[in-house]
Write a protein that binds this ligand. Structure first.
Ligand code: FES
Ligand SMILES: [Fe+2]
Length: 442
């Protein structure tokens, strides 16, 4: 990363790296320019750990799925020794794609062109009419391996053979006060949706990182977790995140008031967690939303500067899925609606930021996690090895300044009665104190 030439000007990058309240957003070219996208593909996606799926997608010996990172075609397959491996899906003879079906089960892989055969562990085991070749042995012509690690049931790959381990990228996301108290490896997907969005992948990550837009864009979501109840984490790793507080009558994010409908909390969920929804951007391309009863996963596949495919999975405990009457449609319907609301504004933003008139905007005081995400990008664009720390705002100070300015803290809510607003005001104060302390699982 550090040897890459900056693709944005020093001034553009410096404006993002200023302290939060003085900073600007990324410039328009970061979302529009194919050269910037190409830079991200070659220097970010090809050298960082990128999530490509779940362990359950290749659960038995011989099951495999295809993936594409930085335009590179990959196979992820489980061997007979139960080890999950990743390879370039490129035949060592004349470069043909060895596997065509996007997922399946194989005993071995046979190239469709001249029938060279590879074992599930990538070894070349058959190549007719090569016996008399000079300087040739099957040992040197197996499928080229790619680094693979798993975490919480997610499969990450890394095209850079010299990359540090995944744990170095995740940093303190694995700590007990974050994901360390969970074992999401056992969760199973009960539903999957794939969205094609005419928007840059970073606009989608920024959108996910704030709820400033929730009152107007997500009236249904804003009723269950009011946009100004929550806090932000202070990560030491390549991630950013925060949480939202559920209103008293809601138990989760779902249609018709947000009820669990008999679904128990996931293993590891604490009483504090039962009142919250946690949102994490795990750099670069996966968002994890922890609900009391399910884990929502958004996995992004950037296609071009202005186009992104988003694979969304709703994961539950296997025992929850197996319970009589299990029906995730309230959770699926809620997030499918919310997703489409988000994709719509991301597409509008993609169009607007293409205008010659547009210059990098400013963050409101509700967008600390957007700044945190943009900092991860700006540090990489700069390529100077410096990692800018994210800033947790002293929200109490902001409250005081808003009060001093005569603003009512509840005046901009969309649809709540006064009693509910008072109740939430007390809850909000608590949430903000935790936010100031910068921690989650008190
Ligand atoms: S290209 Fe694969 S066997 Fe010839
Ligand atoms: Fe949203």
């Amino acid at each position: 990363m550090t040897d890459a030439q900056p693709v944005l000007s020093d001034a553009e990058i410096a404006a993002v790296r200023r302290p939060y309240l003085a900073a600007s957003l990324l410039p328009g070219r970061a979302y529009q320019d194919e050269a910037v996208f190409d830079h991200e593909r070659r220097h970010w996606f090809a050298s960082d750990w990128v999530c490509v799926g779940r362990v359950e997608d290749a659960s038995d010996a011989g099951t495999y799925f295809l993936a594409q990172i930085a335009d590179e075609p990959l196979i992820v397959v489980r061997g007979r020794d139960d080890v999950l491996r990743a390879f370039y899906n490129v035949c060592r003879h004349r470069g043909t794609a060895v596997v065509e079906a996007p997922a399946g089960k194989a005993v071995r892989f046979q190239c469709p062109y001249h029938a060279w055969i590879y074992d599930l562990d990538g070894r070349l085991i058959r190549a007719k009419h090569t016996e008399e070749l000079e300087d040739f042995s099957f040992d040197g012509y197996g499928l080229v391996p790619v680094g693979l690690e798993t975490w919480q049931g997610f499969v990450f790959v890394n095209l850079d053979a010299d990359a540090p381990p995944l744990a170095a990228q995740l940093g303190d996301l694995t700590a007990p006060d974050q994901f360390g108290r969970f074992d999401f490896g056992t969760l199973r997907s009960a539903h999957r949706e794939v969205y094609e969005v005419a928007s840059n992948w970073k606009l989608i990550a920024e959108n996910y990182s704030e709820c400033y837009h929730c009152p107007g864009i997500h009236p249904q979501l804003n009723k269950l977790t009011p946009y100004d109840l929550g806090g932000d984490f202070e990560p030491d790793g390549q991630w950013q995140g925060g949480w939202m507080e559920l209103i008293d009558s809601a138990e989760t994010m779902a249609l018709e008031g947000g009820h669990l409908n008999g679904r128990p909390p996931m293993a590891g969920i604490t009483p504090v967690d039962e009142r919250r929804i946690y949102y994490y951007v795990v750099w670069p391309l996966v968002f994890l939303s922890i609900h009391p009863d399910y884990l929502l996963v958004h996995r992004l596949e950037p296609v071009e500067a202005g186009r992104t495919r988003i694979v969304c999975n709703w994961l539950f405990e296997p025992s929850t899925i197996a319970a009589p009457g299990f029906d995730p449609s309230d959770a699926v319907g809620f997030w499918d609606l919310t997703n489409r609301q988000d994709w719509h504004v991301c597409e509008l933003q993609q169009r607007g930021t293409a205008s010659r008139s547009w210059q990098a905007g400013r963050f409101s005081t509700m967008e600390a996690s957007v700044h945190a995400f943009d900092l991860m990008c700006a540090d990489r664009y700069a390529g100077d090895g410096r990692q800018t720390g994210r800033e947790i705002l002293d929200r109490a100070r902001l409250d005081r300044s808003r009060l001093a300015a005569g603003a009512s803290t509840g005046s901009d809510r969309s649809s709540n009665d006064a009693a509910a607003a008072n109740g939430r005001s007390a809850a909000r104060t608590g949430a903000r104190q935790r936010a100031i302390a910068g921690h989650s699982t008190d």
